[in-house]
Design a binder for this molecule. Structure first.
Ligand code: SD4
Length: 325
């Protein structure tokens, strides 16, 4: 296990990943497992992110707890400069600053969140540090950045050359219009179930492209971008955060599952709650991904184009979600 973790870390390092301190501490479950009680672990993630999901899934196979595995998995995409919606390489706000949002929630219902953080790549890991090392749940902006640096995270420039070019082009075009649809996605919401059958989740994003400075979406808001109740299940959201926040989407899905809905039915109902408030077919995208304690999975989006990635039994699949339109 130690060697595997080390190898995982060194391959990230080869990719130029600055691994944040808490990722290094991915803990193996130390309790001896009664073989009758070993659960089949799995990781699911919004969008087509095979590497991130595999990293999380393999960490689970090796005995990592669900939250450590999820944080480790999403760290891959946070470092991926080609992913323009998460971490380094994320699309900036309208002033040209990349500001990141993330949250984590574990099987005990503990959670941590960071909003509008600049210069720090691994914000999911940072959200976990907020949960574990501060008396608070949320740290925002400069406070979150300062906390990160105090915990050993190194500040980096998150705006890629490509990102800068695209932002300049956007400035030339002038008009601001929030665009969340097929092109502007890849926010990662990841749910993991470990070998003890415990659920945790993570959500990480650079948010809406060319947002107003200071704008925060659903992704770091517990209950909106992510919610876990280990007795019931978990849910994550991606898409236009304003609409997810208005319906507290992830919490809604978990509560619907508590009332007996399957993850699929709950995701469909939550999308329906958004769409029924619109005048006809919305011109934005929202998508949900959920799982329950039995390991059933559901996904649903407003528009076609949403998919999710699932790692289970050492196999990784990208699965197209059903959609309303
Ligand atoms: C937000 N929900 O900030 C995020 C954006 C997103 O894929 O999901 N993009 O509103």
């Amino acid at each position: 296990m130690k060697r595997k973790l080390f190898l995982g870390q060194s391959s990230l390092a080869t990719l130029g990943v600055l691994v944040a301190p808490s990722i290094l501490k991915a803990k193996k479950i130390v309790k001896p497992l009664n073989t009758n009680n070993i659960h089949i672990s799995y990781a699911i993630s919004t969008w087509n992110v095979p590497q991130a999901t595999k990293i999380a899934g393999e960490a689970l196979d090796n005995g990592a707890n669900a939250l450590d595995a999820a944080v480790k998995g999403v760290a891959f995409e946070e470092s991926n400069i080609l992913n323009t919606t998460v971490g380094r390489g994320g699309t900036p706000d309208r002033d040209g600053s990349v500001t990141l949002d993330a949250c984590v929630m574990n099987h005990k219902g503990d959670c941590g969140s960071v909003l509008a953080v600049e210069d720090i790549t691994h914000v999911a890991s940072l959200a976990k540090e907020v949960m574990e090392k501060t008396p608070h749940v949320i740290l925002a902006g400069e406070g979150a950045r300062t906390f990160a640096i105090s915990q050993g995270y190194l500040p980096e420039n998150l705006l890629s050359d490509e990102g800068k070019k695209a932002w300049r082009k956007w400035l030339e075009n002038g008009n601001y219009r929030p665009e969340i649809n097929i092109e502007n996605h890849d926010t990662i919401g990841m749910l993991c179930c470990d070998q003890e059958g415990l659920l945790s989740g993570v959500c990480t994003t650079s948010g809406l492209a060319y947002k107003m400075k200071g704008r925060v979406g659903d992704s770091p808001i517990i209950g909106s971008g992510l919610f876990i109740d280990n007795n019931i299940g978990g849910a994550v959201a991606t898409g236009l955060g304003e609409e997810v926040i208005k319906t507290v989407g992830s919490f809604l899905i978990v509560e619907l599952m508590r009332q007996g809905r399957t993850p699929q039915e709950a995701c469909e109902e939550a999308v329906g709650r958004i769409v029924e408030k619109q005048n006809g077919k919305p011109d934005f995208q929202v998508a949900y991904l959920a799982t329950n304690k039995k390991g059933d999975i559901g996904a649903f989006s407003i528009h076609k184009g949403f998919s999710f990635t699932k790692y289970k039994n050492k196999t990784n699949h990208n699965i197209t979600s059903k959609a309303m339109f």
